[in-house]
Unconditional design. Sequence first.
Length: 402
Amino acid sequence: MTDSNNIAPRIASADTPGWVRTWGASPQAPDSSVSGVEPFEDTTLRQIVRVSGGGSRVRIRLSNEYGTAPVTLGAVRVALTGADHLSQDGRGHAVTFSGRPDVTIPAGAPILSDPIDLLLPSLSQLVISLYLPGRVDVITCHGTFHALGWSIPGDETASSSLPADAAPLPAQAFISAVEVVPDRPANAIAVLGDSRVDGVGSTPGADRRWTDVLAERLVGRDTTTRYVISQGIGGNRLLNDGIGASALARFDRDILATPGLGHVVIAVGNDLVFSYAPDTEETAGFLAMFGGEPVTVEDVIAAHIQVAARARVRGVKVHAATIAPYGGSEMYTAEGDKAREQLNAWIRTSGVFDGVLDFDAVWRDPADSSRIRGDLHMGDHLHGNDAGYDALARSIDLSLFD
C-alpha cells in the first residue's frame, strides 16, 4: 500500500489544454554566424521578450537542443518589466519544473515549465531570468538578437533592478517560447522566415520587426486574440542547411508544434538569392557558410507546395509572402532577380495559398523594380529599416487571419 503522507503534492500539468504560443525564437547552434556567446558559469541570464497576445497563465519553453551536455538551471524567475522596461516590477514569480525550483535539461532536449499564474497583458514585456550555477560551454541560442538581454555574475534572478556589472548578451540564450492560456477564443500565426522576418535592420530592443507591428495591429480587433510568432532565422533557406537547419527541416518543430496554430506564413527568400549570387571577393566569405547545390525556381516552388501540404494536414490556413527586391546589394545578379520575379508570379497566381502577402509590391522602387525604395532599407539594399518593416506590416489585409 502507498503511504499517503509520502505522496508528492499534485502539480499542474504542463499539457493543460488551451495553451497558445505568444512569442517564439527558433533555436540555433552557436556557430560562426553567432558571435560572442561565451561559456557561462555562476551567471544569471536576464532577457526581455515582448509577447503578442496576453493570457491568465504563462509557461516558458527552454531549449538545450544544440547542447553537448546537460544544462542545470539553479533558479528561474519571470516578471513583468517596470516602467523603464529594464527592471522587474516587483511582482516576480519563481518558475518550477515538476514542482522543483531547479532543473537539468538533457543534451538535445527542450523543456516546458510548470504553469505560472500571471496576468500577462497583450504586448507586455516579460523578464525571464535564468541562473546557471555550473559551467555551460555550448549554448542553444537565437542569433539575431532584437530583444534585450544581459549576463550578470551570481544568482540575480530575484533582483528587481539591473546590477551595474551586467554585460549585454549578444544572442538570445536558451529561451525558445512563451505560451499562455488565453481568456477568449484565440489562435496563433506562425511565420517561417529568414533575416527579413527576424528583423535585421530594425532598431534592436524596439520591437519594430514587421511581425511585431502586425501583432500591434491585431490587438483588440474583434473577439478573437491572434498571436504572432516570428520564427525567422537570418540567412535561413527552405531547402539547404546553413545558418540554422533548413526551413523544411525545422518546420515541424518551429511551426507545426506551435500550440493554438491557426495560420502559417511562408516568407523565406534566400534560396534563389544565394543560388544566383555573384562569385566575388566580397561574397566569398559569407557564402562559405552555406552548403548544398544551387536550386532552381522549380525547386523553390516545390518546397512551397510541400510546406503548404504539411501545414494543411493540421487544418491550418497557409499564406505566402512574395520575395522583395535586393538590387544594389552585394548578392544581386540580374539572373537571380529574374528567378525572383518568376517565383513571385507563381506565388501570386498559383492558387496554392489562402492568402498572399505581396511584400515585393510594397518595397520595390517605382523607378527600378529590382531595388528597394531608398527610404525603406537599412542601407544595404537588402534588409528593411523600421519604416520598411512598418510598411510591410501595414500592407497586410488583416481579414486573411479571420
